[in-house]
Design a protein around this ligand. Structure first.
Ligand code: NAX
Length: 327
């Protein structure tokens, strides 16, 4: 029997948590022979903690063979203790009439605190994946607090956007989505993100030679991927949850699979013209479990450069709203 992986999850009683925890405990994230211990962190709010109790009762009732323990707490220093993976799903939602700058600052305070505590108490090999919005900037903020853990351990999720883009291309081309490869997301997890269709392939051929409607690729395709979250809210009356949880399973599983090529938001280091020190979506290849290298070789045409410039501008602006918090 392998040693269990300790997985800390914030926002564990929320919508995404409710789809996510059962998949982690069933082996979908780390594999069918990898035991896990779930360390579930909720806000210190009675309703949330009560809901978490119910979720833990349901985890008990699943009798998952791989689940070796569950911690439930509102104390982040207990929840992140010795965690190998820290999945930061909980965040403050945007309230009615709330300015984007205020949302960034409110979440900034949460992610400063969580980044500091993770750096102090998580396992030496800890990896952090941020889902709570604004995910890229929250990730940058958490990483800013790390002294022990290197910045490349902090990633944010753009995999839902990659999965959405893959399905849209497959539909347009009239093929099964497994025929679509190498579609990567650049920039912010927001409507400014850029799904770089020029590098994608469909059935082994360049996507642009299979889908020759360039106006569709540049317009409705990019827009549909960027605004898919809003379309789901309009249809379902609630934001994406099961698909977001599924994307996080994909994000972590790809990061644990050497050779996997996928999109994650990482510290830019100036790649593809992104400002150094913002966290931007880009393609990576997993090298060893949990580690990756950015794939830097994709050429960007004028259209792609303009899309990257726009999403970079938004990331730089988000950073400026919280600059004084970063220390
Ligand atoms: P919910 O509002 O259902 O759940 C969030 C949970 O987080 C709540 O239970 C709340 O009590 C908890 N929480 C708040 N502050 C906390 C803190 N400081 N510590 C621990 N827990 C805390 O939201 P849900 O639908 O689950 O979405 C969670 C986050 O994911 C949101 O920020 C949402 O915007 C974001 N999303 C990100 C996506 C992505 O692709 N990166 C897609 C889906 C989703 O919209």
């Amino acid at each position: 029997m392998k040693n269990p992986i300790r997985v800390a999850v914030t926002g564990a009683a929320g919508q995404i948590g409710y789809s996510l925890l059962f998949r982690i405990a069933s082996g979908a994230m780390f594999g069918p022979d990898q035991p896990v211990i779930l360390q579930l962190i909720e806000a210190p709010v009675e309703k949330a903690l009560k809901a978490l109790e119910g979720v833990v009762m349901e985890l008990d009732d699943c009798a998952f063979p791989l689940l070796q323990g569950v911690v439930q707490t509102s104390d982040a220093s207990v929840g992140f203790k010795d965690a190998n993976w820290c999945l930061l799903v909980g965040a403050k939602p945007r309230g009615p009439g709330m300015e984007r700058a205020d949302l960034l600052k409110d979440n900034g305070r949460i992610f400063i605190e969580q980044g500091r505590i993770i750096d102090a108490v998580a396992a030496t090999d800890a990896r952090v994946a941020v889902v709570g919005n604004p995910a890229n900037t929250n990730c940058m903020i958490a990483a800013s607090q790390a002294r022990r853990l290197p910045a490349d351990r902090f990633t944010a999720m753009v995999r839902l956007d990659q999965n959405r883009a893959r399905t849209q291309l497959a539909r347009k081309a009239g093929v099964h989505l497994t025929q679509v490869r190498d579609i990567f997301i650049y920039g912010n997890h927001s409507p400014t993100m850029f799904p770089a269709f020029a590098h994608a392939t469909v059935s082994g051929r360049p996507a642009t030679s299979v889908i020759t409607d360039n106006a569709w690729l540049q317009g409705p395709f990019c827009e549909a991927v960027g605004k898919r979250g809003a379309a789901i809210i309009a249809a379902r009356g609630a934001s994406s949850a099961a698909s977001a949880a599924n994307a996080l399973v994909d994000h972590v599983r790809s990061l644990m699979t050497p050779g996997a090529i996928h999109s994650i938001a990482v510290k830019s280091n100036g790649h593809y013209g992104f400002d150094a020190n913002v966290w931007a979506g880009m393609p990576v290849i997993t090298t060893t479990p949990g580690s990756y290298e950015v794939i830097t070789g994709y050429a960007m045409d004028a259209f792609a450069q303009s899309k990257i410039a726009a999403t970079n501008k938004e990331l730089v602006e988000e950073r400026s709203f919280v600059a004084e918090m970063l220390g």
